[in-house]
Design a protein around this ligand. Structure first.
Ligand code: IPE
Ligand code: IPE
Ligand code: MG
Length: 248
C-alpha cells in the first residue's frame, strides 16, 4: 500500500538539506514581559526543542543552531552564567533526541567552556554517533572567523611539517578543517537556508564560510515565539527561490 504523505508542506516543496537558525530575540521577549533576560533564554531553549523535532519531521538532514557566539562573552557575567547553566540542564534533556534517531554534534571552541559542560557534550556526541534521521549541530562558543582561523592554523602546521605543500591548498582544504567538516566521520554540506528571527538582518559571525550561497529568511518574530509553522513558512519561501550559484 502506498504510504500517505503526512508532511504539512505542500506537495513538491524542496526541503533544504542544511538549515541554520540564529536563535535571537530571547532578551527582548523577556523585556517585553518585564521578566529577567534569563527567563527569555529558558523559553528560547523550549522553542529549540520543538523546532529541532519539527525540522527532522520535515526532512531536514542537517540542522545547525547558533546558541552562543564567540562575542557573547561580552555580556554581563550573570547572564553568561545563566546561559551556561541552561546548556548543562538541556544537555541532559537533549538525550530525548536520541530516541528520535537524531545525531548531536557541537561546533565551536569548546576549550573555554566549563569542564563539566565539555564532558556532557562529549558524552551526548558519543551516545548519538550512529543516529541517522538528522544531524543537529549546536554552535556554542562558535564564531565563523574563529573557525576559519582555526582551520588555517592547522593547515599551516601541515605545511610546516611537510605533509602539505602551499600550492596544494584549495577551498576544499580550508573547508575540510572547519568544525562543520570535523564531525567524526561526517561532513556537513554548505548551509542552504539561514533563518534569523527577531528582526535583525545580519549574520553575526554565523557560518560565514559555509553560507557563501545560502538563502536567507528573516522574520520579526522573537525566537521564544517561533512556532513549527514559522519553520514551514521559511522552507516554503526557500523552495520558491531560484538559486543560480553564479550561473544563468
Ligand atoms: C539570543 O537572544 C540568545 C543568545 C545570544 C545567547 P538574545 O539574548 O540575543 O536576545 P536579544 O537580541 O537581546 O533580544
Ligand atoms: C547572535 O545573536 C548569536 C546567537 C544567537 C547565539 P546576538 O544577539 O549575539 O547578535 P547581535 O549582537 O545582535 O549581532
Ligand atoms: Mg540578540
Amino acid at each position: 500500500m502506498a504510504q500517505k504523505n503526512t508532511s504539512p508542506l505542500p506537495a513538491g516543496t524542496r526541503v533544504p538539506v542544511h538549515v541554520g537558525v540564529i536563535m535571537d530575540g530571547n532578551g527582548r521577549w523577556a523585556k517585553k514581559r518585564g521578566l529577567p533576560r534569563k527567563i527569555g533564554h529558558r523559553e528560547g531553549a523550549q522553542t529549540f526543542r520543538a523546532i529541532t523535532r519539527h525540522a527532522k519531521n520535515l526532512g531536514v538532514k542537517y540542522f545547525t543552531v547558533y546558541a552562543f557566539s564567540t562575542e557573547n562573552w561580552k555580556r554581563p557575567a550573570d547572564e553568561v552564567e545563566a546561559i551556561m547553566d541552561l546548556f548543562e540542564k538541556y544537555l541532559d534533556e537533549v538525550r530525548d533526541f536520541i530516541e528520535e534517531n537524531i545525531r548531536i554534534c557541537f561546533i565551536g571552541d569548546r576549550s573555554m567552556l566549563r569542564e563539566r559542560l565539555q564532558e556532557k557534550m562529549r558524552s551526548v556526541e558519543e551516545d548519538s554517533l550512529n543516529f541517522t534521521a538528522m544531524t543537529l549541530l549546536i554552535a556554542i562558543n562558535y564564531g565563523g572567523r574563529d573557525e576559519i582561523t582555526h582551520s588555517v592554523r592547522q593547515i599551516a602546521q601541515k605545511v610546516k611539517s611537510g605533509e602539505l605543500s602551499a600550492e596544494d591548498i584549495t577551498d576544499d582544504t580550508i573547508n575540510s578543517f572547519l568544525y562543520t567538516s570535523q564531525l567524526d566521520g561526517d561532513i556537513a554540506p554548505d548551509v542552504d537556508l539561514i533563518i534569523r528571527p527577531s528582526g535583525e538582518q545580519r549574520l553575526s559571525n554565523f557560518l560565514i564560510w559555509q553560507s557563501a550561497y545560502a538563502e536567507y529568511y528573516f522574520t520579526n518574530i522573537l525566537w521564544p515565539d517561533f512556532k513549527p509553522e514559522d519553520l514551514e513558512k521559511a522552507i516554503i519561501a526557500y523552495s520558491d527561490r531560484n538559486r543560480r550559484f553564479g550561473g544563468v
